[in-house]
Design a protein around this ligand. Structure first.
Ligand code: PLP
Length: 422
């Protein structure tokens, strides 16, 4: 087959019909795989032959998802794991040791912020937070201990768009990779085209798209040079794998292979084959869902901008907004589904509004076909200090919407009636 277009990759990528002839991707619900003989078993364990050993490490259903995501992103390989959080954790622990540092944008999803600020700290890893809107502030925090620069494509919930190519240049000048969480903009933002080295996704959101499965994926562009003396975990012999040298033996597949056969093997956050199947089902409509999400969100943002009970609206696609010029540059196929707005009347009005919607579901999630709503100050960002809430863009009046793919009139009618109640 000639090289497929990206929308066709969403449907066919990574799937070869097996001996059963099954048209849909089969669910290989198995823990382990029968070796054909002792030599075969030994060669699989020595990574001399490709094949399956145990479903914590590889699984044929999950492998289709991994190949599809690698193809869609134009990467050399991908690793599917149990959640977006475990994808972020493995993406970084694959190259970090105690004493190392990361420079991260400060506008992160709350769970990533706590992972970086508290859990990584306990492991001796320091994450320094730079102002997501000021590229120079990243540069200033880089030291000779820095091993990665980290950002989210569109900050969740601040909804600011990161200047990816500038950030990639800053990271590369320091000899470290740029790792990007592209959870909120799969398909509509092409991370490797802008110099990103590793992309991570919560597959729980738009990739799965139907709010039924937790999952995560990391994708390797294969472009970063790990052989600059800063990444001994990749470039030196690995005592955890019979002193194998991943870089010498596997070249630009070293990073993603190591994440699988070291970290996934040892820490174990594997994706279940059933979740891989459901996320694959989601991916088959990703291209048309993203289009509809973006179309609907743009109309909702315009509606909210003109509503008397709305103080402010934050959506990268609003021409009057501060992010529009950047958004147009990086998000060529739409501005995403997430909208933030400030409701007149602050905390009390926000809570009343949330309790008054009916089509919208009040959930701690984004990226579902259904429209979703949350008040971050009282929920997802509750644990953060006042200052941390401020830098994340979480104010008391702030409501976050994840616009679904329902009929736009139904979405707007629901918002209108709930805004009328406050
Ligand atoms: N990254 C972003 C941008 C998110 O919004 C989330 C969850 O909301 C995550 C990562 C974590 O993903 P998961 O819930 O699949 O662990």
């Amino acid at each position: 087959m000639s090289e497929l277009h990206r929308d066709s990759i969403c449907i066919h990528g990574g799937h070869e019909i097996d001996s059963s002839g099954s048209r849909a991707v089969p669910i290989y619900q198995t823990t382990s795989y029968v070796f054909s003989d002792s030599d075969h078993a030994a060669s699989l364990f020595a990574l001399e032959k490709e094949g399956n050993i145990y479903s914590r490490i590889t699984n044929p259903t999950t492998a289709v998802l991994e190949k599809r995501m690698a193809q869609l992103n134009g990467g050399v390989g991908a690793l599917a794991v149990a959640s977006g959080q475990s994808a972020i954790m493995l993406a970084l622990l694959n190259i970090l040791q105690a004493g190392d540092e990361v420079v991260s944008a400060d506008n992160l999803y709350g769970g990533t912020r706590t992972l970086f600020q508290y859990t990584f700290k306990r492991m001796g890893i320091t994450v320094k937070f730079a102002d997501s809107g000021n590229m120079d502030s990243f540069k200033k925090l880089i030291t000779d201990k820095t091993r990665a620069v980290y950002a989210e494509s569109i900050g969740n919930p601040k909804l600011d768009v990161v200047e990816l190519d500038t950030l990639a240049d800053i990271a590369h000048a320091a000899g470290v990779p740029l790792i990007l969480d592209n959870t909120v903009s799969p398909y509509i933002l092409d991370p490797f085209a802008w110099g990103v080295d590793i992309a991570v996704y919560s597959a729980t959101k738009f990739l799965g798209g139907h709010g039924n499965s937790i999952g995560g994926i990391l994708v390797d562009s294969g472009k970063f040079n790990w052989d600059n003396g800063k990444f001994p975990l990749i470039s030196e012999d690995d005592p955890g794998y019979h002193n194998k040298n991943f870089l010498k033996e596997f070249g630009n597949m070293a990073y993603i292979l190591k994440a699988r056969v070291n970290l996934l093997r040892d820490m174990g956050p594997a994706m279940s084959p059933f979740n891989a199947f459901l996320i694959l089902q989601g991916m088959e409509t990703l291209h048309i869902r993203m289009q509809r999400h973006c179309e609907n969100a743009l109309k909702v943002a315009a509606f909210l901008s003109n509503h008397e009970n709305v103080e402010w609206v934050n959506y990268p696609g609003l021409p009057s907004g501060s992010q529009f010029i950047k958004a147009k540059r990086y998000l060529k196929e739409g501005f995403g589904a997430i909208i933030g707005f400030g409701i007149k009347g602050g905390y009390e009005a926000a809570v009343k509004f949330i309790d008054s919607v009916s089509l919208f579901s009040h959930v701690a999630n984004i990226g579902d076909v259904r429209s979703l709503v949350i008040h971050p100050a009282s929920t997802t960002h509750q644990q953060l200090t006042k200052e941390e809430k401020q830098t994340s863009g979480v104010t008391d009046d702030f409501i976050r919407l994840s616009i679904g793919i329902e009929n736009i009139d139904d979405i707007i009618n629901d918002l209108d009636q709930a805004l009328g109640v406050i």
